[in-house]
Design a protein around this ligand. Structure first.
Ligand SMILES: [Fe+2]
Length: 276
């Protein structure tokens, strides 16, 4: 019965999965250009850059206004925090950087929340850290997205999904997997995946590494687990970020990535439903 029930609720959705923008503005602009092609836009952490020369405040103002523009497209968005989004070690404002007076109300919005990411929850279309939210698409389909925050001590507080099927966003990929290599990954997130067996997961944090295998997808139990292997921060970056398109109607996932600055490559794989 459970099996049949799952098949009956199999939604036809097209998701944009990415991560690790590290406050590279052209990639935020790119999202605004492409977002309305998708049922849900997911960014799995490190929106900000803890080493940015202007400090935190200009980044927060930019991201808030970017989100306001994105919301005009009426596309659902899911965000989770990454290590660069923990503001403890980042200068709030760097001497010599001025903030326009008309931007100060935006800082007032951030002041209302314990974590800045919650300020981006501007309406019912947005899910952020600690949310387990059913996303309803324009086509009447529904999936759940669960956003698990990054913590400096590695702790992962799991959340029950509001409904099946569901996608978990967590910045650090599960430990002892190919999608975590060449890093270690998160042991606690690996336990969450093993225990809950979500339909899909999306992580970031481990960037594209020349000479490494750079797997973007791994099946773990019943789950399909993704990582977009973002191009690491550099003076010159490709015009678009690395990203994954998960299309459940076509039963496939495509990874678009930039092995060099000259040319992007697409890797497409068939992706049956984990229990289908
Ligand atoms: Fe990271």
């Amino acid at each position: 019965m459970l099996f049949l029930g799952f098949l009956l609720t199999k939604p036809k959705v097209k998701l944009l999965l990415t991560a690790d923008f590290h406050f590279h503005k052209p990639w935020f602009d790119w999202i605004l250009r492409v977002a309305d092609r998708y049922d849900l836009v997911c960014i799995a952490g490190d929106l900000l850059d803890m080493f940015h020369p202007e400090g935190v405040v200009p980044q927060l103002i930019y991201v808030y206004e970017w989100m306001q523009t994105l919301m005009k497209l009426q596309v659902p968005v899911a965000l989770c925090s990454g290590n660069h989004d923990l503001l403890g070690n980042t200068p709030i404002l760097v001497p010599g950087v001025s903030i326009r007076k008309d931007k100060l109300p935006i800082l007032g919005e951030f002041a209302k929340h314990r974590h800045w990411l919650h300020s981006l929850k501007m309406n019912h279309l947005v899910a952020v850290d600690d949310d387990s939210k059913i996303i309803r698409t324009r086509g009447g389909e529904a999936i759940t997205v669960v956003c698990l925050p990054y913590a400096a001590d590695g702790h992962v507080q799991s959340l029950n999904p509001a409904a099946q099927p569901y996608l978990i966003l967590h910045h650090e990929p599960p430990a002892q997997t190919r999608i975590a290599e060449p890093k270690d990954g998160s042991r606690e997130f690996a336990l969450v995946v093993a225990r809950q067996q979500p339909t899909w997961t999306l992580s970031g944090h481990v960037h594209f590494t020349l000479g490494a295998e750079n797997d973007f997808l791994q099946r773990i139990g019943h789950s399909w687990c993704f990582i977009c292997r973002q191009t690491p921060p550099a003076v010159v970056l490709p015009p678009e970020p690395n990203f994954i398109v998960l299309d459940t109607k076509k039963s496939e996932a495509s990874w678009f990535h930039w092995p060099s600055l000259e040319k992007a490559e697409e890797l497409k794989v068939p992706l049956p439903y984990p229990r289908g």
